[in-house]
Design a protein around this ligand. Structure first.
Ligand SMILES: O=P(O)(O)OC[C@H]1O[C@](O)(COP(=O)(O)O)[C@@H](O)[C@@H]1O
Ligand SMILES: [Mn+2]
Length: 341
């Protein structure tokens, strides 16, 4: 009598299954973390904004790293950087293995790319993003030993359809068929690099539309994975850190992704060990509760960049949650005086 005990979910009905997922599956992350972390990427983008178009990508990156790091130190998490800015040295940075946050709160793995597209930002070009992703502790693959991954990203239609064991042309044909589109309408994004010379030829020969991107395969991967973008596929060799970050986003978007670690120099044409393991998004980042958060630095297909208007600085961010399967956009106005340049 008088008890207000709430019946625990049994996992038997659809509602119970949803409640379990919303609660973060088996390991709870806490939902307010998303809003905390978005402030971290907003701070990074605001700090880097004065460097847009300035030609100095290291200065832009350093500004973003400092701001991201400073904000993270105030967040109630027991975070461990799995994907960071490399090994520890004298400079303050987000090095792999560093513990971040107040130490109070959920134990999480963290991947950061304070700016994906540092060269884009320095050149004043579109699609530079400030990015962070978190998931439960010990769920992210530590891929730091391998600089590059061979990647393919599509939306959910690619599941069981595309495979890195197939040729790019076969993957394009198979995806076009699965999406009931003519191959000629399929848009395929690939980093514009000498190592992709034969890949680019093959995509073009297949008849698909080839989108050469100068940098930024995180944004390209997200665009390939989401429904409301014209990009159908992102393919080719890009950074390993960006692969882990993209996996967090793909999990939330219900997209499909495969990678193979590519243990060679950027300009090697072929991975020698073509029989090596194929990883899917759920292998790169395990569990059901990854969060992916990005703030636009320069304007792009995915997000507006930082805009200064009088006394305010406007930012636009993306918050993707794999626990809830939600993609949110957040527009924020920040008082300029809080962010002295
Ligand atoms: O420029 P490379 O060596 O081909 O590496 C490709 C990687 O570089 C980027 O284009 C830019 O990354 P950064 O701005 O973080 O350096 C990534 O998006 C991509 O994964
Ligand atoms: Mn990057």
């Amino acid at each position: 009598m008088g008890s207000t005990a709430i019946t625990q979910p049994t996992g038997s009905s659809d509602t119970d299954r949803l409640r379990h997922l919303w609660a973060g599956g088996s390991s709870r992350l806490g939902r307010n973390i998303a809003l905390e972390l978005v402030h971290a990427t907003e701070a990074a983008a605001i700090a880097a904004e004065p460097w847009i178009g300035g030609g100095d990508k290291n200065a832009a990156d350093a500004a973003a790293v400092d701001a991201l790091r400073a904000y993270l130190s105030t967040v109630d998490i027991a975070g461990r950087i799995v994907i960071g800015e490399g090994e520890k040295d004298a400079a303050p940075m987000l090095y792999n293995g560093e513990l971040v946050g107040t130490g109070q709160g959920p134990r999480v793995d963290i991947a950061v790319d304070p700016i994906d597209g540092t060269s884009l930002a320095a050149a004043g070009l579109p699609n530079a993003l400030c990015v962070i992703a978190v998931s439960g502790r010990d769920t992210m693959l530590d891929a730091s030993a391998t600089f590059y991954m061979d990647k393919i990203v599509t939306d959910g239609a690619g599941y069981g359809v595309v495979n890195l064991d197939k040729s790019p042309a076969d993957n394009i044909r198979a995806l076009a068929e699965a999406k009931r589109k003519p191959v000629g309408q399929l848009q395929v994004a690939v980093l514009d690099r000498p190592r992709h010379g034969s890949l680019i030829k093959e995509i073009r020969a297949s008849g698909a539309i080839t989108l050469l991107i100068p940098d930024g395969d995180v944004a390209a991967g997200i665009n390939a994975a989401r429904d409301d973008s014209p990009i159908d596929m992102a393919i080719g060799v890009g950074g390993s850190p960006e692969g882990i970050l993209t996996a967090c986003a793909v999990k939330a978007l219900g997209g499909y992704m495969q990678v193979r670690l590519h243990p060679f120099d950027a300009e090697y044409a072929e991975p020698a060990d073509s029989a090596s393991r194929i990883w899917e998004a759920d292998d790169l980042v395990r569990g059901t509760n990854a969060l992916f958060i990005a703030t636009g630095l320069t304007d792009g297909d995915l997000l507006r960049g930082v805009q200064r208007n009088g006394n305010t600085i406007r930012t636009e961010s993306l918050i993707l949650s794999s626990a809830t399967g939600t993609m949110r956009r957040l527009q924020s106005d920040h008082f300029t005086e809080r962010y002295p340049a």
